[in-house]
Design a binder for this molecule. Structure first.
Ligand code: FPP
Length: 245
């Protein structure tokens, strides 16, 4: 049993899944086995979030910087992703999970893109939970690409400096229509954002844990959510203002 307060559940949880390589090293295994074990943690976290009633789960599965890793590791990661998409599709359908993606997915190998777009299409009517995979994603790249699209649109639409509000700009990001994360979890000892959701994390509660991603369990997730529920989110206001609302 857990002591999660249903009314204070984070609507959107984002996760930087770090530490697969170090977990493999610690267990004298090849890095790819760390990623494979990491895929099991993905299954656990998706399942638990769905059970708890979390509405949006965003997972940082492949960063734009990850393209610089050795070719063999990129291949292993993309194959693993393709396998995950194929084997989990039925599970997603059975549990009302809708898959979406953010990032430059056009750079992924064709076989992965095919599996990805099939899963996106076949789950598009689901409304139980949105599973958002950040693939070939970079926060600064997202902002630059949004600026470029605003500029492009300004040639055919009436866009001037007064049009450009925070809401307007947000609608050009990959995450248009997705609420900002309430809670960001980063596993694997490091305390940084690594170019993840730079615009969207402005008021997000940050939770760092030393647990390496392949060892991140259901209980670890519940602990992170309970920690979040003990915090007071003020959004720049003072405590008294919040209680009057
Ligand atoms: C960080 O570990 C993790 C990644 C680069 C990718 C995340 C991928 C998975 C969890 C597996 C597959 C994903 C899905 C959605 C099925 P690292 O290699 O940076 O670890 P290290 O910092 O210890 O070397």
């Amino acid at each position: 049993m857990h002591r999660i307060i249903k009314e204070k559940l984070p609507r959107h949880i984002a996760v930087i899944m770090d530490g697969n390589g170090r977990w493999a090293k610690k267990n004298t295994l090849k890095r790819v086995l760390g990623h494979e074990k990491g895929a099991d943690s993905v299954r656990t976290v998706v399942k638990t979030c769905r059970e708890l009633g979390v509405q949006y789960l965003t997972l940082f599965a492949f960063s734009i910087e990850n393209w610089q890793r050795p070719k063999s590791e990129i291949r292993a990661l993309t194959l693993l992703l393709e396998k995950y998409l194929r084997t989990e599709l039925q599970e997603m359908k059975d549990n009302g999970i809708r898959l979406i993606t953010i990032g430059d997915s056009g750079r992924l190998p064709k076989t992965v893109r095919d599996a990805l777009f099939r899963a996106i299409e076949e789950t598009s009517e689901n409304s139980g939970m949105i599973l958002n995979l950040a693939l070939s994603y970079g926060g600064r790249d997202e902002i630059v690409s949004a600026v470029k699209r605003v500029l492009k649109d300004s040639k055919s639409r009436d866009i001037d400096e007064n049009t450009i509000t925070k809401e307007f700009f947000s609608s050009y990001l990959y995450t248009a229509n997705i609420p900002d994360p309430d809670l960001l979890i980063r596993t694997g000892e490091e305390h940084r954002l690594s170019n993840f959701l730079l615009w969207q994390l402005t008021y997000t509660e940050l939770y760092f844990t030393d647990v390496l991603w392949p060892e991140f369990s259901r209980d670890d997730l519940i602990e992170a959510i309970m920690d979040y529920q003990r915090r007071e989110r003020r959004f720049g206001l003072i405590s008294d203002q919040l209680s009057k609302e």
